[in-house]
Design a protein. Structure first.
Length: 281
C-alpha cells in the first residue's frame, strides 16, 4: 500500500499530459456524452425559429469578440443553420466593431457548408451582413425609423443595399418587417440596447456563461423569451437540430477535463490520508 501514499506527489508532467489528452481526444473523436436539453432556456429559442414561415425576416446581432468566440461562435452557427434550413431570412448587425469581421467569417463558413448540402444560403438573397455602424446605441433607434439611412445604405462588404434583393424588404426595422431579434452578447453594449429600444419585440439571447445568472432575471421578467446559455446552450441547440458539431465536441472535452480534475482531487486526498496514517503508525 506504500504506493498510495505517493498519490499526493504525482509528477506534474503526467498531470498535464493526461489533461491534454482528455481535452484533445474528445475533439478529434467525440464521445457522445449525455447533454440535457434545458426546456426553460434553449427550447424557446428553437421553438421560435420553428414557428417562423419561409421568407420571414429576423435580425441577429454580433455583440462579442474573439475572447468569447468559443462559447458564442457555435451558438451563432447553429442558430444561423436553423434559420437557413427553415427558409428564414437573416439580417445581421454588430454592436461590437471588434467582432464584426469574426461574425461574418463564422456565417460565411456555415453558408458554404449549407450550400454544399443543397440548402440555399445565398448572400444578398437569404442573408445580409450590415455589420458595425458607428454612432453608439442611439443608432439602433434610428434604424427603426430608416434602416437604410442609418447604415449609409451599405453592408459591411461595401455593397449597396440597392444591389441586395433582401434589403428591399427591410427599409425600416419594425415589428412588421422583423419577426424577432437574436442577440449574441458578451458584455456592453449588448442586451440593454434591445430591452431599452425594442421592448415590444420578441428578443432572444445567446450569452456567455458568466453572464447567464443575470440574464436569467431578464428571462423570468419576460423581457427576453429564450436564452442560449454559454457553450452548453450551443451544444443543446446542435442536438435539437440533430447536427452535433463543434459545441458538442467542446462539451465532451470540457467534461473530460473536469473529470480529470475531480480524479486529481480524490487521488491527492487519498495520498495525503495514507501518508498521515503511516506517520501515526
Amino acid at each position: 500500500m506504500n504506493w498510495l501514499s505517493k498519490l499526493d506527489t504525482i509528477d506534474p508532467r503526467w498531470v498535464y499530459i493526461i489533461m491534454a489528452v482528455s481535452l484533445v481526444f474528445p475533439v478529434l473523436k467525440p464521445l457522445g456524452l449525455a447533454i440535457t436539453i434545458d426546456e426553460t432556456t434553449t427550447v424557446p429559442v428553437y421553438n421560435w425559429v420553428e414557428s417562423l414561415q419561409p421568407g420571414d425576416i429576423v435580425v441577429g446581432d454580433i455583440a462579442f469578440s474573439g475572447g468569447s468566440e468559443g462559447e458564442l461562435g457555435p451558438q451563432l452557427q447553429a442558430w444561423f443553420r436553423h434559420c437557413m434550413t427553415k427558409g428564414v431570412k437573416v439580417i445581421m448587425v454588430a454592436q461590437w466593431n471588434t467582432g464584426e469581421r469574426l461574425g461574418y467569417t463564422l456565417l460565411e463558413q456555415t453558408a458554404k457548408q449549407l450550400e454544399g448540402e443543397g440548402i440555399s444560403a445565398e448572400y444578398g438573397v437569404d442573408w445580409v451582413y450590415a455589420g458595425y455602424k458607428p454612432g453608439g446605441t442611439t443608432l439602433w433607434r434610428q434604424m427603426q425609423i430608416d434602416f437604410w439611412e442609418a447604415c449609409a445604405e451599405t453592408d459591411m462588404l461595401g455593397n449597396s443595399f440597392q444591389d441586395l434583393p433582401l434589403m428591399h424588404r427591410f427599409r425600416k426595422w419594425d415589428k412588421e418587417s422583423s419577426k424577432g431579434i437574436m442577440a449574441f452578447v458578451a458584455g456592453s453594449p449588448g442586451l440593454p440596447t434591445y430591452t431599452t429600444y425594442f421592448p415590444d419585440y420578441e428578443i432572444y439571447v445567446g450569452n456567455v456563461a458568466v453572464q447567464v445568472p443575470g440574464a436569467m432575471n431578464t428571462l423570468r421578467a419576460g423581457q427576453i423569451k429564450g436564452l442560449l446559455a454559454g457553450l452548453p446552450g450551443g451544444a443543446q441547440y446542435e442536438i435539437l437540430l440533430d447536427t452535433p458539431g463543434r459545441a458538442v465536441k467542446l462539451m465532451d472535452a470540457q467534461s473530460m477535463g473536469h473529470l480529470w480534475i475531480m480524479a486529481l482531487v480524490i487521488l491527492g486526498n487519498i495520498g495525503y490520508y495514507m501518508k498521515a496514517k503511516s506517520r501515526d503508525q
